[in-house]
Write a protein that binds this ligand. Structure first.
Ligand code: TXA
Ligand code: MG
Length: 342
């Protein structure tokens, strides 16, 4: 590929810069190139969803397995309808309630959507993101954008332009800086082809909000389903390079003894990065202690940046303070449990 050694990073913080970046992103996308764009959940690596060759580059650059389908991003329900075969009443209800926003609906795909977008499957995930930049680019292009998170396969999703630059900056031409992602973890994914609708990936739209629209909701996979419906549901996914432990401690001595007894004694405390929300260690022996507010929305917004930071600073061990066992923390617990899986 003829990509330059380093991606151009375009800012968007004034309306003039925003317009320049929209034009440049749309020009590259029309030419079949990939562009990293901000969304409210995490940054996406976007291609023209109707261009098979452009979509193939996504799999190549991310090192993404061909069996993992990609979400198609739209800027209206009409555009979403062009990507699917049928638009059930529930799709109307869900889109009215949660779009634009961090919710993806899996529906039967239309013939317009290339097979590699859906990993050869019959269904396609569609999402209308709320970030104004990606909306403006989709409107300018007038085609939907296939976009997975803009990271190498299996690593932590990027929540700012710098995260993207560090991992993919050498392989793409353009990264658009749209600021810190406001939601901070990936969208809620719902399968509307099963009855009742099935939650394939929890996100910051919680089950109660979904239930108020849907009435009923299936969680995870039924035992009889042998088909892997959403590779994001694999137990290990979204992992930092460092080992990650989720612990609850009474005090600092207890924390240190748990670190030692959890087989993590191989790392010194100076190689250990603690992410706490309630019981904040004061010891200067830890490599770093980060405090994220005890608030699910704020925690979601900040957690990936903390994991990226730990990896960049060469942490061997990341210890995250256990999260409350309540609904609003479900998606964050899900991501951290996967990140801690061996
Ligand atoms: O918030 C998000 O969803 C972000 C931003 C960029 O929109 N995108 C994202 O994409 O997280 P990705 O590819 O990193 O994760 C998409 C997840 C994967 O677990 C994939 O398997 C699942 O959605 N998925 C996509 N299409 C699907 C389909 N047709 N059926 C089942 N699962 C699907
Ligand atoms: Mg991803």
């Amino acid at each position: 590929m003829d990509a330059p050694s380093q991606a151009e990073v375009l800012p968007t913080h004034t309306s003039a810069l925003f317009q320049v970046a929209v034009k440049r992103a749309a020009e590259l996308l029309r030419a079949g190139e990939l562009v990293a764009l901000p969304t409210e959940t995490v940054y996406g690596l976007a291609a023209n969803a109707f261009d098979t060759n452009a979509v193939a580059k996504i799999f190549q650059i991310k090192g993404r397995p061909a069996h993992n389908p990609i979400i198609v991003h739209v800027s209206s329900t009409e555009m979403a309808q062009r990507c699917v075969e049928q638009w059930p009443l529930l799709a109307d209800k869900l889109s009215a309630a949660f779009w634009p926003g961090p919710m993806t609906m899996v529906l039967n795909r239309s013939g317009n959507v290339p097979k590699n977008v859906t990993a050869g499957g019959k269904t396609v995930g569609v999402r209308w993101p709320s970030h104004p930049f990606i909306q403006a680019v989709i409107r300018e292009c007038d085609f939907p954008l296939a976009a997975p998170s803009a990271n190498l396969s299996n690593s932590i999703s990027p929540t700012n332009a710098e995260h993207v630059r560090k991992s993919l900056g050498g392989q793409i031409k353009l990264i658009v800086d749209g600021g810190q992602s406001q939601v901070g973890i990936e969208s809620t994914v719902l399968d509307l082809t099963s009855h009742p609708v099935r939650l394939l990936r929890p996100g910051m739209i919680h089950e109660e909000s979904l239930l108020s629209v849907l009435g009923e909701l299936a969680l995870g996979f039924g035992d009889s389903e042998e088909v892997l419906k959403s590779p994001g549901m694999l137990r290990k996914h979204y992992s930092p390079k460092a080992k990650l432990l989720i612990l609850n401690w009474a005090n600092e001595a207890d924390l240190k003894s748990q670190i030692a007894s959890n087989g993590a004694g191989e790392f010194s405390l100076s190689q250990t990065h603690v992410i706490a929300h309630t019981r904040i260690p004061l010891s200067t022996e830890f490599g770093r202690v980060s405090v994220i507010p005890h608030d699910a929305e704020a925690f979601a917004r900040a957690i990936y940046a903390e994991l990226h930071h730990a990896d960049e600073s060469g942490a061997g061990l990341i210890v995250v303070e256990g999260l409350p066992n309540t609904k609003e923390w479900h998606a964050i617990r899900d991501r951290l449990n996967r990140a801690s899986a061996d």
